[in-house]
Design a protein around this ligand. Structure first.
Ligand code: C5P
Length: 234
């Protein structure tokens, strides 16, 4: 298993290059893995990716594709050339879409891992009913995780609250990447299914994705170190 700091993916949710650059430089060597999502990508995507690569950082490119199989497969094929560690799509795009995207990645012979978003951590059982899903959250997440595994994907994005159930229903090595991370004192913001970073890391999360608890902190480095040091005491 990777070292604890290598399992913490900091979400670089900024709308400009310099804020992102400042945070990465401030965190320094302990920060190994960073997530580039829609906000940063739509503002300075390739520049941000190049900066992170020059610094030898691992990248999770979180663009959450959701389109027809041909379109997603072509987009994933393009992404393969960025050399990122992880990229993703929505499992609800269906088996054929996931399979086409995974095959596109394999055809490029790249090591990028493709993972699937199950159900966004900003949704709960009530929001799921609103969009017409009849099953409860855990059942729905499990169905999508198993479908992603059948399509050959490397893992899923899920809430840390569901990671253990996914580990039970899927094969060994199927990755759980979990946003929805909050300390007790943090505001939940738009997240609904959250867990403390250490509970997630000591539980069934292979990687945690942590954004505002670090990027919004007065001392982001102290927050990062707090997780690492507390883990050592566990
Ligand atoms: O600030 P916070 O820690 O809530 O950030 C979570 C990050 O994880 C955001 O960049 C968000 O886009 C991403 N994410 C998520 N839920 C998912 C997939 C990704 O919150 N299911």
């Amino acid at each position: 298993m990777d070292k604890i700091n290598e399992r913490i993916i900091v979400a670089l949710d900024y709308s400009n290059f310099s804020d992102m650059e400042n945070l990465v430089n401030r965190i320094g060597d302990i920060g190994v893995f960073y997530k580039v999502g829609l906000e940063l990508y739509s503002s300075c995507g390739e520049k941000a990716l190049n900066f992170l690569k020059e610094k030898n950082k691992k990248i999770f490119l979180d663009l959450k594709f959701h389109d027809i199989p041909n379109t997603v497969a072509k987009a994933v094929k393009n992404i393969a050339h960025y050399g990122v560690e992880i990229t993703n799509l929505h499992a609800s795009g269906g088996y054929e879409m996931m399979k086409a995207a995974q095959e596109a990645l394999i055809s490029e012979a790249k090591t990028t891992k493709l993972i699937a978003v199950t159900i966004l951590t900003s949704l709960n059982d009530v929001s799921l009913k609103e969009i017409g899903y009849e099953r409860n959250l855990l059942e729905q997440v499990t169905i999508l995780a198993k479908l992603a595994e059948r399509a050959g994907l490397a893992g899923v994005v899920c809430s840390p609250l569901e990671a253990a159930a996914i580990k039970v229903s899927t094969s060994q090595g199927f990755l759980t990447v979990t946003p929805g991370i909050r300390f007790e004192i943090d505001s939940k913001d738009d997240q609904k299914r959250t867990l403390h970073p250490l509970e997630a890391l000591n539980g069934a999360s292979d990687y945690i994705v942590i954004g505002r608890s670090i990027t919004g902190a007065i001392d982001p480095v102290a927050v990062f170190e707090k997780i690492i040091l507390a883990e050592k005491e566990f």
